[in-house]
Design a protein around this ligand. Structure first.
Ligand SMILES: *Cc1c(COP(=O)(O)O)cnc(C)c1O
Length: 478
């Protein structure tokens, strides 16, 4: 009797052939594909089988997976997906990410992969150059902006506790006062999640907004800092909010942080890319003065999921916040790079490979050109919306997000919210495009975010046609 099916070296070649063939076909069709193909429910249902007792081997498993996954995948990497803030994958990054899977490096420390940590360091230096940030910042790659915010805020919490004469990473928060954290209404949901994870608590965040758009009330921020009488506090500045791409006045916040001795964290998940173009650079003025910064890789850099970057001015704080010690691990004073004790993850994928490849392939000028193309595309979409009698743009377009709603000009305000909610559902059900709804100044609105290198004017013109077509259908009396 034959034993159980187990991994065999001879399986590798047919698997690579199958993946290469699949990749060719999928990527060649990506520009034409609807984001959601019809029949998704049935395709997902096909996966729901019990755990096999006997395997079918790599070749058959891959054939089955690629056939089903190719149909069931949302084409979020294609040019019709503008939901959330979703980047694509450049050809260079795609190739390098496949190589990262082949090489399977462990970017934990020098001892686990000198190559991965060397490339990670180099890429973080390149990114500091790209964003014109101070060279002395210590960087670490993360799974995305949420974890980069976690890194920045963990460093802030460490600093804050040391200002109170304690090391929070050793003794915990129990005997310390609440942590004062201030931001505008543009603050991203992930900051609140991180405050929860760090034991600071979501409700410790004080949002100081002077209007319904969330614009920072600088005068109130100053007043609150005066009230704290020199007690340390954390300011979170938002470089690019998700509904319309607005920016906090980062330079003003940096000045307050310097005057009152606060920590300034800048969440620039996608908005920090405004620094790459002279057309938008001023929006990020002051980010270079931050104590910590967040940037995403898988958004506007167009490297594959998942990838983000955290930068912290005082890198020693990271060493204390993320210390990771055991007899079998590198010593804390090991001079070789040791990313496992600079961030939350220990074993880590070699995310630097796709980052290196995309920066090497396209350089500073290529990144700038891509950002400017998206700025132009956002203005193009804004013009198309302004020309459409049944669409209403709700915000200026400083960056790559266009906030608008369907408005046939015959309905009352509250009816418009209900209509746009239904239209949002209809759009996702339709599947040709992927755009979510939000609430902007209390109104239900769409907020396509354009950061994928594949997007062109043709797709945006088509989006406008599809929204108007579905809008008319949803608005029609049944
Ligand atoms: C997307 C985003 C985040 C969270 O990023 P993830 O990469 O999804 O973890 C945080 N802040 C801002 C401003 C974002 O746009």
């Amino acid at each position: 009797m034959l034993g159980p099916v187990q991994p065999e070296r001879s399986e590798i070649e047919p698997v690579l052939d199958a993946v290469a063939g699949f990749a060719r076909e999928y990527l060649a069709g990506l520009d034409q594909r609807p984001v959601k193909a019809p029949g998704l429910e049935a395709q997902l249902a096909a996966f729901r089988e019990p755990l096999p007792e006997q395997g079918i081997g790599a070749r058959d498993a891959l054939a089955k997976l690629l056939e089903r996954a190719g149909d069931a995948a949302l084409a979020t990497g294609g040019p019709r997906c503008y939901h959330f803030v979703l980047g694509g994958t450049t050809p260079a990054a795609l190739g390098a990410d496949l190589a990262a899977a082949v090489l399977d490096q462990v970017a934990f420390a020098w001892a686990s992969s000198p190559m991965a940590v060397t490339l990670e360091r180099l890429c973080l230096d390149w990114l500091k150059e790209l964003f014109e940030l101070p060279r002395e910042l210590t960087g670490v790659m993360t799974t995305g902006a949420t974890m980069a915010n976690f890194v920045g805020l963990a460093a802030a919490r460490q600093w804050w506790s040391e200002r109170h004469g304690a090391d929070v990473s050793e003794v915990g928060l129990a005997k310390l006062p609440p942590v004062p954290v201030f931001s505008s209404g543009h603050v991203h949901a992930s900051t609140k999640k991180c405050l929860a994870l760090l034991g600071i608590g979501r409700r410790s965040l004080e949002v100081l907004a002077r209007d319904e758009l969330g614009t920072l009330d600088l005068a109130r921020l100053r007043a609150r800092l005066v009230e704290l009488r020199g007690a340390p506090a954390i300011l979170v500045a938002n470089a690019g909010e998700v509904n319309a791409g607005a920016f906090d006045p980062i330079a003003d916040m940096a000045a307050l942080a310097e005057e009152f001795g606060c920590w300034l964290h800048v969440d620039g998940a996608f908005g920090l890319f405004a620094r790459l173009s002279p057309r938008t650079r001023r929006l990020t003025e002051g980010a270079e003065r931050a104590h910590s910064l967040t940037v995403d890789g898988h958004k506007w850099l167009n490297v594959p999921y998942d990838c983000g970057f955290a930068f912290v001015r005082d890198g020693a704080l990271l060493g204390r916040a993320f210390a990771y010690a055991a007899a079998y691990l590198p010593a804390a004073d090991d001079p070789a790079p040791n990313f496992g004790s600079l961030g939350p993850e220990s074993s880590r994928r070699a995310r630097a490979l796709p980052v290196w490849a995309t920066l090497a392939a396209y350089g500073r000028e290529g990144q700038r050109a891509m950002v400017e193309r998206h700025l132009d595309l956002a203005q193009h979409l804004a013009r198309r919306i302004d020309e459409s009698p049944d669409l209403e743009r709700l915000a200026e377009v400083p960056l790559c997000i266009v906030c608008f709603r369907y408005n046939p000009r015959t309905l009352a305000e509250d009816a418009l919210d209900a209509l746009n909610t239904r239209l949002g559902e209809a759009l996702l059900a339709d599947g040709r495009f992927w755009v979510g709804t939000t609430k902007y100044a209390g109104r239900v609105a769409f907020r396509p975010a354009l950061v994928n290198w594949r997007i062109g004017e043709g797709e945006l013109d088509e989006l406008v046609r599809v929204v108007r077509e579905l809008g008319a259908r949803v608005a029609a009396p049944s």
